[in-house]
Write a new protein. Sequence first.
Length: 178
Amino acid sequence: MITLSPFTKEHVDPLMTWINATDEEFMITWSGTTFTFPLTHDQLDRYIGEKTSRLFACSTEDDGLIGHLALRYINPLTRSARIGKVLINDAHRGKGYGKKMIEQALHVAFKELDLVKVTLGVFDNNPKAKLLYERLGFKVTEIKENHVVVGETSLTLYEMAILKEQWLYSREIPVNNG
């Protein structure tokens, strides 16, 4: 079982280690243009202070801290938010944690916060994540070609969304995935 708890300063160093052990393209895939590489304490301190966000440290009883995700731009007027900064430590990938983390984030958004729409963005260099989001009910709403350029690589961004009604409906119908 995945536990989402508030992301605090105690989670900063592990997150920095996971990101800074990679490269700029990986960081942009994870964070879009929110941060600059390498990730620093100052950047994360500002991020932790965001007023319209709920940042989560994701952990399991067996593996401890395994990842991070955020519900950002929470807007009570439009009853919407955006999932972002989804990251699972390399050592814990391939265990189904990504699916469980997104499911829990959607539960927080739709049940606890009573939102009606959740969006996210995923780059074309992350096809596994895009497929996961589609399997969870997200639909592509916009394609932004050449959205970000990193070195010689141009990344296309898929904007995706799910409505509360779609999420509720998908939870009632058993899905045969193969």
